[in-house]
Design a protein around this ligand. Structure first.
Ligand code: MN
Length: 300
């Protein structure tokens, strides 16, 4: 099943139908769960009760078209976005990094950095380099702590596409990757039964129509189950939390008016534009330090 957060302010939940349309499931959610605010986290928590009705909606067809709809990030306010820093060997090489996730662990992106499919990535500074990082991400189904690798996929509610927009330099990752609009995500949240084998998925990313990234999810250093298991050994995961799995080689600078399309097979295609309107001088001085500091730039 493919679900989306839609409507003004992300106030409704849509179900993708077999005929390509979208059905607004908000009425069905109210009927089953009561009059509270409709959001994806409630859908995740109560999916067992909702699923039969959602299946009927998907089969019947809806009134909305994906082209005309306003998408919001699939989960509006996850308690956290956990991200894998260096989880593909070819990206480790292109960044002149000596270590990968095995020694780095994970980092956090601010949930307030989320932006929707068809949204705008706003570059804050005119004197810094910003890159696109296309990633497969997943959303957690239930409260999860210390889950073994063998059971980790049972904790996944669904998969989506995420762009981990990044300022290069020596500032802490949580700063460089948490500017507002630096986490485009969507359009869909796709349940595991529809995704199938995760390591068969393929990821591609284009900037202005030029293919920059192309990889197999099978090339992850820590595969999805290992990553979930590890994260859950550090922190309790809650329904709706996002874990993003890392990016392969092919990251590169983005600039004003660029158009980024990020795609994961069987999961979806996420498109955003970039704007440097209102960009100012950088507030910090990390430009020539960090992974791609002066030395990395020279080698490029
Ligand atoms: Mn990343």
């Amino acid at each position: 099943m493919r679900l989306a957060t839609i409507g003004e302010g992300g106030s409704r939940v849509g179900v993708a139908c077999s005929d390509g349309s979208i059905a607004d499931a908000s009425g069905a959610i109210h009927d089953l769960l009561g009059p509270d605010k409709v959001d994806m986290r409630a859908v995740i928590v109560h999916f067992g009760e909702l699923e039969p009705t959602f299946c009927e909606l998907a089969a019947a067809g809806g009134r909305l078209s994906p082209e005309e709809i306003n998408f919001s990030p699939p989960v509006l306010d996850p308690s956290k976005i956990v991200a894998a820093p260096v989880n593909y060997r070819d990206h480790m090489e292109e960044m002149y990094q000596a270590s990968h996730i095995d020694s780095l662990g994970v980092f956090l992106k601010a949930p307030s950095s989320l932006v929707a499919h068809k949204g705008v990535v706003k570059l804050p500074y005119h004197d810094r380099r910003f890159d696109q990082e296309c990633e497969l991400c997943l959303v957690i189904a239930k409260v999860t702590r210390n889950v073994p690798v063998a059971e980790a996929l049972d904790c996944v509610f669904g998969y989506s596409v995420l762009l981990d927009i990044t300022m290069r330099g020596g500032e802490d990752r949580s700063t460089r990757k948490s500017f507002d609009t630096f986490t485009p995500m969507g359009p869909w949240l796709v349940t595991p039964d529809e995704v199938g084998q995760v390591d068969e998925l393929e990821l591609r990313c284009w900037v202005n129509g030029e293919l920059r990234q192309e990889a197999s999810i099978a090339d992850l250093i820590w595969a999805v189950p290992e990553l979930i298991s590890y994260v859950s050994s550090v922190m309790t995961l809650f329904p709706g939390d996002v874990i993003t799995t890392g990016t392969p080689k092919g990251v590169g600078p983005i600039d004003d008016s660029d158009r980024i399309v990020a795609e994961v097979s069987r999961v979806g295609s996420l498109a955003v534009t970039v704007s440097a309107k209102g960009a100012t001088k950088s507030a910090t001085r990390g430009a020539s330090t960090g992974a791609l500091g002066a030395e990395g730039e020279k080698k490029r």
